[in-house]
Design a binder for this molecule. Sequence first.
Ligand SMILES: Cc1cc2nc3c(=O)[nH]c(=O)nc-3n(C[C@H](O)[C@H](O)[C@H](O)COP(=O)(O)O)c2cc1C
Length: 377
Amino acid sequence: MASQLFTPFTMRGLTLRNRIVISPMCQYSADDGAANDWHMLHLGSFAVSGAGLLMIEASGVERHGRITHACLGLYSDNDELALAKVVAACRRWGNVPIGIQLAHAGRKGSAQLPWEGGGSLRADQDPWETVAPSAIPMAENWHVPRAATTADLARIRAAFVGATVRAARLGLDVVEAHCAHGYLLHEFLSPLSNQRGDEYGGSLANRMRFPLEVVGAMRAAWPAAKPLGARITGTDWVEGGFTLDDAVAFARELKALGVDYLCVSSGGISLKAQIPIGPGYQVPLAERIRREVGIPTRAVGLIVEPRQAERIVAEGRADMVAMARAFLDNPRWVWHAAEALGADAAIPPQYARGRGAQWPGTKILRPPPAPQGVAAQ
Ligand SMILES: Cc1cc2nc3c(=O)[nH]c(=O)nc-3n(C[C@H](O)[C@H](O)[C@H](O)COP(=O)(O)O)c2cc1C
């Protein structure tokens, strides 16, 4: 049977050539928010991968909305200009549409690089004051955030819109609001981090209010022909936290705002989470949201093998799959998956000989076995 993973998927004016999405991955390598040669190498390699969509890492909508000093941002002209260079190279040579995830780190900001410890910045590391729905730290030894004022909320909402406008100017194909992994928008959703007494806290409707305001404002600022998505949390995996029932309700509201897809992740709000990690462990979350809400979903989390990814799409459990670590391990994942599933993959002509093609006529779509005894040219 023909591969379902390798069938196109259309959202508004964008058609992905297949259902494979390269998940957003923080690189902690930017220069005060601005992309540099590392991003050229990292995104450049994925831009020629033949995936359906490449998501640029969580990018802070304001300077203090980043996780670390080295996180990417999209809040200044300098950030926009730096990213424009990377995007232009990916466009010139690549074959993959590009989206960006926009984020605010909330109480998880002002952190060290993961490979330098990952905890809160020390006093001698230029820390900043973090904001969150309530003055509740992520854990002991983390910064205690300041509870956001209405002025903070207005500024942050405007910052999400500002970054969305910059993404549109960059000609990016997709924007995605980061409402998961314990960052600011998720902090509003979860009763573990949101104990406000105003209209932004308490009931689920109140806890959803700020994220929905942000996403609605982003949708209004983003071109109507382009898809806008959100990464949401399917569950906090903690007693008394945000549940899958809550996620279904949130998904309904996002759909009503004109959100085109949801990537369903989980966890990240508390160190107490009991996460049943295993192959495809978050797929059931995406599956239930897709079934009950009728919105395109993207499954993510320990999806590694081509046949595993194929089954998720073919069985109607999700419309797309996102992969992160599998692509770090093998940026040519799509070519090999196409071979395994008897499907077509886009391979740039410069690299086609690696898959057995001869010049001219390099448009090899179904890779033959590696050539034997062919003279090098
Ligand atoms: C290096 C790295 C950086 C990540 N950065 C982000 C990010 O910027 N935004 C996000 O939503 N998830 C981020 N994640 C999570 C991944 O997108 C993905 O959801 C998670 O790794 C599970 O998928 P996997 O099993 O295919 O790796 C990151 C993961 C890795 C490994």
